[in-house]
Design a binder for this molecule. Sequence first.
Ligand code: ADP
Ligand code: MG
Length: 330
Amino acid sequence: DVLINQIAAGEVVERPASVVKELVENALDAGAQRIDIELEEGGVRLIRIRDDGGGIDAAELPLAVQRHATSKIASIDDLEAVATLGFRGEALPSVASVSRFRLSSRRDGSGHGAMLQVEGGRVGEVAPHPHPQGTTVEVRDLFYNVPARRKFLRAERTELSHIEEWLRSLALARPDVELRVSHNGKPSRRWKSEGQLQNGMGLGDVRLHEALGEDFARNALRVDHAGAGMRLHGWIAQPSYNRASADQQYLYVNGRSVRDRNVSHAVRQAFADVLFHGRHPAYVLFLELDPRGVDVNVHPAKHEVRFRESRLVHDFVYRTLHAALAETRA
Ligand code: ADP
Ligand code: MG
């Protein structure tokens, strides 16, 4: 079982940033409003993530680190319309199989907390442990028992920047959640919550500014259009913004940060057709559609999605952006 989890870890856990992603997504699924992320040595030595979400019952702790035990999907019908970020029940067992792992939690309404340790996949006993409501996951010495994987880790700086880049994309999508990051004992980043906004719809101006800089924020054109059962909202950089580079392209499908060729092609095409050049467009775009119209279960790390009607999606994105850009030219 440890071996199976380690093999799965090969797909889910590439580097510290993938661990941070999985753990933070779990915190969000648990309804966290505030997430603290402590890192040491680019996350290789330590990743500790504490949230104020719903927590886990002491009795359920062993389940949380068991393969394919997810509390989020009850049936195959749910899988069709998955609304949570996680649903495969693979992340915790995978991470726990390649690190020194500790899960502590207290469920809301429960009197006391509990803790469970896993060392390289060997699960210990649940023990009482004081903890405020919510969950803390601690991952030490990533890949300590898989030298072949450890070898591929990069310099502390590089691993840290992968984590920061992912957190930036998350911060853009969730201005309602407060994120605090520290590295090697020093606070390194704080994203303050911008109050209760609904499912990323009111993407915060402050966060846009913080994440992509003043120049982008000043030249950003707001987009918000619904049609064909979909909604596309967010920002695209106006032609006046010319420091656009490939890494200022943020796309979210139903709140999930993804890479998708179909959609990025539609965006590029709209820019090219209105502005007559094919430079890298810069954008932060949220596409929302019926969850049944999109398959998020394409890859274990869920970076990719597959649209049931990709032509329709392409058309909708293209038309929306074409119209918005054309208006700036008029
Ligand atoms: P998945 O997210 O796909 O369900 P994971 O392996 O990431 O699988 O997590 C397993 C289970 O552990 C989750 O389904 C959830 O019940 C529980 N869990 C994990 N992290 C948290 C958290 N931060 N707060 C509350 N429950 C959590
Ligand atoms: Mg998960």
